[in-house]
Structures are given as C-alpha cells and as structure tokens.
Design a protein around this ligand. Structure first.
Ligand SMILES: [Zn+2]
Length: 447
C-alpha cells in the first residue's frame, strides 16, 4: 500500500508523554518517548526509576504504546528531537521493547544516556546514535532522517524530517523561530524553505502557544530582562536568589554572564542543575568560568548555603531548583527554613520561569511565594520568555514548509483548536488537510 500511517500514541490529548509512530510500508519510525511530568508529581530531581511501565501507563504518565501491537510493521528507529523529559523521559521504560537504535543530537544523547543509567527496573540496550543538527542518517534503504537545527528552551534541538519513498514527514516538536538565540544556531530557514519547494507530505507540529497572538520574543529579550532585574537596582547588596529550569542552558549561561557583571560568584545548586550543566560543559556548548560553583548533593548544597551566610550574601548569586514550588526542591527548603540560608527583609527571589498552568503547580507556587514573602522576600516573577512558537511563528513555518497535510500534536484540545483555526486561515480544511488526532488514533495519508 502506498500510504503513510501516523499513529498518535501520546501527547495528543495533553501536554507531555509525547510519542508518535510513522508507518512507512512495513517499517516504523517512532518519534519521541516522553513522560508527563504532573502525573507523577515529578520535578527535575524526581525518582521514578523503580516503577514498572504498565503502572506508569495506567497513571497516564507515559505513552500507552500497547497500541503498537495492532500496527503492522517493524520499528526501525526511535528518533528524539530534544532532551526535555516530555520527549525522552519514557525511554527507560519503553525503549527496550523495540529492537531499534535511538537517534538524537549529541546533547540529547548525553541526557538519554543518563536517563538509561539511572533506570533501576529495566535494562535498556538500544544503541545510541548521536546525529548532529544539519546531518542525515539512513535508517533503512527507504527511510532517511534529517535533522534541521531549530531554537527551543533546551540546546541542540532539531526539527526531524523523515524522507520516504512516499514523501517527506516533518516533525516540528518543539520549536521557536528565534533569530537571536543566545546559544546555538538560528533556525535553518534555507533547509526549511528547500523542503517546502521539494514538497512535504505531512507535518506534525507542537501547538503549545498557538493561542498566543504574535511572535515569541527572542531568548535575547529574556537575557536583557534578567540583566535589568539583577543589575538595575539601587539595592545591589541584598541577597538575591535566581530560580529557573535546570535544562535551560542558555538561561543558565546568561545568569553566569550577568553574575560576572554584578561581581558575584554564581552558585548552581541541585542535582538536576549539576546534571544538565555538566553535560553541556563536557560537550563544549558552554564554557564554565573558573569561579562557578556547582553543588548537586543536598549536604553540599547546605554547606554552600552556610558559606554564603557567613561570607556575605552580596558576594554570591545562588541559582536553585524550585521555580514551580516542587516539594523537596531547594527553594522550597529555603522557604521552609530547612537550610542554613536565612531569608531577610528585602532579599530578592527572581523567578526566571513561567508558572506551568496546572492546578497542582499553581498551589505549590502559591505556598512557596507566600512562605518566602512571610520571611520578608521581594518577588520578581516571570522574568522569562517562552521556548514555544506563538501563532504567527506557526503561520510562518506552515507557509514555509507547505505540507499537504498538517497534524497538531503535543498539546491539549484547546491548543490544537487554536492551531487548526490558524491553519484554516492558511487554506487548510479540517478533516481533509488538517487533522485532529486523539491518543490511540491512526491516520493514513496517500501521497
Ligand atoms: Zn520541549
């Protein structure tokens, strides 16, 4: 049969646990294998390494790949576009069921390797293939994957393109069209336009921010916002603590640069901070200056916080986990008075992050901020720009790539609806050329 099947395994009804399978004849390529963070109340330091996959599937935390039993064909590769947990977090639980290599960029590969090493329940022996952005890899005689560099809120992210005898399938999850990223390459518009000229059968795209009008501000803006908050003050001697995503290397690097301008020593704390930063440093994505301090273990963190108290808060810029109020994170422990760090009246807490809009997160954040305020802290919220394309960026990508069919993924129904309305503006027709898929559904497309 000369058609391509798109199997919506996970991430089509929700944010998180992304997994799509593309069926080409009797061969299958899996795109992403993610975990849904809020379902296990996971944060970047969480441990689920002893849980069984079926248990996690039942919780709705990882994709229900049992539906793959009903799909004819053999899985030839697992391709991951970037290192966020909602794209790679289910690999330790699911990848061993497939006799296929895992293909991802070097930084993503390093994070996948760590994930596999931390797993206690399953043995994952799939070969790991590190493919650089801009390069291609022949999966089988008939399927080649191409990586096109694209900015996102984690370094070394790509749009993956599957070239098949029936046409190309573009997988754009996740991306922003940032022309001034602070680390890494701008979007490879030439490669994207070339795809559009040659013809694309289908594009599967994230929809996270498709309801937000306009275009996503560049990461350069976030860096300037941070600089303004940290340096633009008449109270430059007070205690300041920054909290942000441990995986957001560009943001962490901006903090290092601004700390230098402030004459403070950046001190990164938390196991996830250590993990993501060291991998980025080892692969040469960032250069850590000699004075940077990094502490992963809790006892080292507490020792460092004690040192900051005795030597003077004005000498250091602690960067900690806990921006979503995750229980057990360092900022929550500080707010609870469980560390040697004493919050004093006028100390500043800088949240370089948005609030993830789930009721649980909102409650955690509310509790955290209230406790910090009761100790006298001043709150600087949302010193942040998104890593996800807004509506007009989606419009541009859609018109650049010009796929025959477009499939919203990686989002809930409201996000997909906003995307579909935008696609209709661009001439696509719901049910004919723009397709709404729910988890567990399969779409067949003829070239
Ligand atoms: Zn992402």
């Amino acid at each position: 049969m000369e058609e391509i099947g798109i199997v919506a395994v996970g991430g089509y009804n929700e944010m998180g646990r992304n997994m799509t399978a593309v069926v080409v004849g009797d061969e299958i390529v899996i795109l992403d294998m993610g975990i849904r963070l809020d379902r296990v109340q996971i944060h970047e330091d969480a441990e689920i390494d002893r849980m069984h996959s079926l248990e996690l599937i039942e919780m709705g935390a990882i994709p229900d790949d049992t539906i793959m039993r009903d799909i004819n064909g053999t899985v030839r590769a697992i391709v991951c576009t970037h290192g966020h947990l909602d794209h790679i977090g289910a690999i330790p639980k699911l990848a061993h069921r497939y006799n296929a290599p895992i293909i991802s960029t070097p930084y993503t590969t390093a994070l996948i390797r760590q994930q596999i090493e931390e797993e206690k329940k399953f043995k994952v022996n799939n070969p790991l293939v590190a493919l650089k952005a801009g390069d291609s890899y022949e999966i089988t005689d008939s399927i080649t994957v191409e990586f096109i560099s694209i900015p996102h809120s984690i370094i070394d992210s790509v749009i993956a393109v599957l070239h098949t005898p029936y046409g190309s399938v573009v997988y754009a999850c996740d991306f922003k069209l940032d022309r001034a990223p602070t680390i890494g390459a701008s979007p490879n518009f030439n490669a994207l336009k070339k795809l559009g000229r040659k013809g694309v059968l289908a594009m599967i795209t994230e929809t996270t921010n498709s309801a937000r009008s306009g275009k996503t501000p560049s990461e350069t803006i976030a860096k300037e916002m941070l600089r303004d908050v940290l340096l633009g003050t008449e109270e430059s001697h007070v205690g300041m603590i920054v909290t942000t995503f441990a995986s957001h290397i560009a943001r962490l690097n901006a903090i290092i640069e601004i700390a230098e301008e402030m004459g403070r020593v950046p001190v990164f704390m938390g196991r996830s901070m250590e993990k993501y930063l060291m991998a980025a440093h080892e692969l040469g994505f960032i250069n850590l200056p000699k004075n940077v301090e990094i502490y992963g273990q809790r006892k080292d963190v507490d020792k460092a916080l004690k040192k900051i108290m005795t030597e003077g808060k004005e000498k250091y810029l602690p960067v900690v986990t806990g921006h979503q109020g995750e229980p057990g994170s360092i900022l929550v422990r500080i707010a609870n008075g469980e560390t040697p760090f004493q919050v004093e009246s006028g100390d500043r807490m800088i949240f370089s992050a948005n609030i993830i809009p789930s009721p649980m997160t909102r409650a955690n954040r509310y509790a955290l901020e209230t406790k910090l305020k009761m100790r006298g802290a001043r709150i600087y919220d949302d010193v942040h720009v998104s890593g996800h394309a807004y509506r007009e960026d989606h419009w541009e990508l859609l018109r650049m790539v010009q796929p025959n069919h477009v499939i919203p993924a990686h989002g809930d129904l409201a996000m997909h609806s906003a995307y579909i309305e935008m696609a209709e503006d661009a001439g696509y027709v719901l049910g004919e050329t723009v397709h709404l898929l729910r988890n567990g559904e399969v779409l067949f497309i003829e070239p």
